[in-house]
Design a protein around this ligand. Structure first.
Ligand SMILES: [Zn+2]
Length: 286
């Protein structure tokens, strides 16, 4: 076993997004989200009612360009960078990837199982602490060891195009910081470039970096949007995380098991222009 596992460059792009528009919902303080209902458009409609459209489930990975954006020509006066996500507490998480950290995680998992008095002679448990420690470092929390700047390259926007770029249906995996339970869903990232562009596959990479941590759904979207604003200085960014299932919610409570959560993070031009947000939402569900 490689005990010096280091964050890794695993590039699983994909995450469902969640969005916090200007006027829409806030997660209700638990990672369960406040939107209940079935897993289809009805649920999503409640979650994004500020946008007045429904958001059915989608699958696959799709890149969508442009799409009825003539109105953009008239929106320059609205082009501003909205407020960034403010961390209420200093983020101190780290992934050193060194042997000491690995051994501390291994011991923690050992102690957890020991609290249940597992039989360590059972081969189904013997190597579990090592296996779980490796999984945290390699997959579940590898985002702490990755920097977006190391994994993406920006290009000059030589065409000068101000069209919308949207990549949707990116599957993401995360762990809620409230229960350490998995939550998974899909992400869509839209942006309108200024001087620089980002390779399309790299949008999912950035989402993945922020998902593979101990997280809140809305925080993933906010951090992804802020990083894209920082890297590209675009006219705006919109990150939607949708059809997100939180195991901490779905695994308990019969009535909640089909609930899904949608969140939206908007920056720049998307923050003030409802028509543009609606355009993105309709492209996501198309
Ligand atoms: Zn939770």
């Amino acid at each position: 076993m490689n005990e010096n596992t280091n964050g890794g460059k695993d590039s699983v792009p994909g995450a469902k997004a969640q969005a916090n528009g200007n006027n829409n919902h806030k997660h209700n303080g638990t990672c369960n989200g406040s939107h209940n209902g079935n897993h289809d458009s009805e649920i999503a409609l409640e979650a994004i009612d500020g946008l007045g459209i429904s958001l059915p489930r989608v699958s696959g990975g799709t890149v969508v360009r442009g799409g009825g954006l003539d109105t953009l020509q008239d929106l320059k006066e609205l082009d501003e960078h909205g407020p960034s996500f403010i961390e209420p507490f200093e983020p101190t998480e780290r992934l050193t990837g060194d042997l000491e950290q690995y051994q501390r995680i291994e011991k923690a998992i050992h102690d957890l199982l020991d609290a249940f008095n597992v039989n360590w002679k059972d081969p189904n448990y013997t190597d579990t602490p090592k296996r779980v420690a490796k999984a945290y470092m390699e997959f579940w929390a590898n985002g702490y060891g990755r920097q977006a700047e190391d994994e993406v390259t920006v290009f000059p926007n030589s065409s000068g195009s101000g069209d919308l770029v949207l990549v949707k249906d990116m599957k993401f995996y995360s762990l809620c910081s409230h229960h350490l339970a998995p939550f998974t869903g899909y992400g869509a990232i839209a942006y309108i470039a200024n001087e620089t562009l980002l390779g399309l596959s790299k949008l999912g990479r950035i989402l993945d970096i922020y998902a593979r941590r101990f997280q809140l759904q809305e925080r993933i979207g906010a951090q992804t949007a802020d990083k894209l604003m920082e890297l590209l200085n675009p006219r705006g960014v919109m990150v939607v995380l949708y059809d997100v299932e939180h195991l901490c919610m779905s695994s308990r409570g019969v009535k909640l098991h089909e609930a899904s959560t949608t969140t939206v993070a908007t920056r720049g031009i998307f923050k003030n222009e409802a028509q543009l947000r609606s355009e993105v939402m309709s492209l996501i569900k198309s």
